[in-house]
Write a protein that binds this ligand. Sequence first.
Ligand code: ADP
Length: 392
Amino acid sequence: MSAQTIASLLLFLAGLFAGLAAAYGLWRNRTARKILSADAPSADEGRAALPQIANILPVPALVVDAKGLILYANAAASAAFGNLLPGSLLYLKFRAPEMRLAIETALAKHENTAFEMAERVPVEHWFRVDVCHLPTDTPDEKNLALFFRDQSESHKLDRMRSDFVANASHELRTPLASMTGFIETLKGPARDDAAARDRFLDIMQQQAGRMARLIDDLLSLSRLEMRPVVALDQNVDLQSITDHVLDAMRPLCVELGVAIERNFGAGPFVVPGVRDELIQVIENLVENACKYGQHGKKVVVSLSRNGGEIRMSFRDFGPGIAADHIPRLTERFYRVDAGSSRAQKGTGLGLAIVKHILTRHHARLSIQSELGAGSEFAVNFLAPDAAQHSSQ
Ligand code: ADP
């Protein structure tokens, strides 16, 4: 391929990505402005800078011929995919069948095209690849430019979204199916059976309660996601809201046979935040400690100050949690034991909500647990005086 052809390939590359280059602040650079502007001093001066421009393009770009031989790879392409020697075959480097198909289609139809492909080594990455025809000197010489845009993040989000919808639907469908079954039985075989009717209505009430709890938690999560940043403009006294929650939960603790011990150090324990959200955090953590740590018969709720931090913790003496589950507990619908969670009226969303709320309060959740000895869920807030210093 002649030097002139390479120059024209690069000219085309630069043309396609001039907008992108501008977005990355290239316009602020005097040399680039001179080259890319309409009144560039001379075409030669512009061409001389084209290899540099191709090399600083922030997306991997390749030029291949009609046989799939690599003619050019910019620096971003080498950084992303390793060695791409000119003259080597593209399909030896990229095994995705979509790539060969897209290139063949582009050549056959003489149209630009695009496709998606995954590179799984060393970690999975998804790319949208644009395949564009380049102008050449002779009509039978056909060269293509390939531009790779990394779509991994949006792929991950899409997958999380569809997993979430599948999980939520499954959680709702189970009680719904059970209720439908009981309605049919009550309309048919159990129509005149008063004892069965009472029993079935009780079960249906429980299932309706389960659906209502799930919908409440889903709505809480969705509200939190819709407003990821909130003004932390209330001075929330953690001691007073903890007392309030513990008083309100006394009937549940009595029902479960769990005694609550309050271990509050010297305050004050006031943090900037949203009172109702912090109440929700305490409710979830106390409820979990009482439900899952029930057979330890005791839960210790502590508040303490440690240097620039305020620490709030919930310690139970239940069965504990195996270490490999701990990092995943705040994922939506993650449960150590789905059966026991459902039996305890759990939705699998409580800790996901806790994590969300704490993140927007710049607080940190830590979980310590030992099998057979119990668990401690602790929340660390920056004390307001320390928070002030750190933001200065
Ligand atoms: P759930 O609604 O199922 O309680 P959470 O998100 O609150 O959902 O908790 C997720 C899982 O973490 C629970 O299903 C349970 O398996 C485990 N878990 C939470 N707190 C404790 C605890 N104090 N002791 C043991 N396991 C716990």
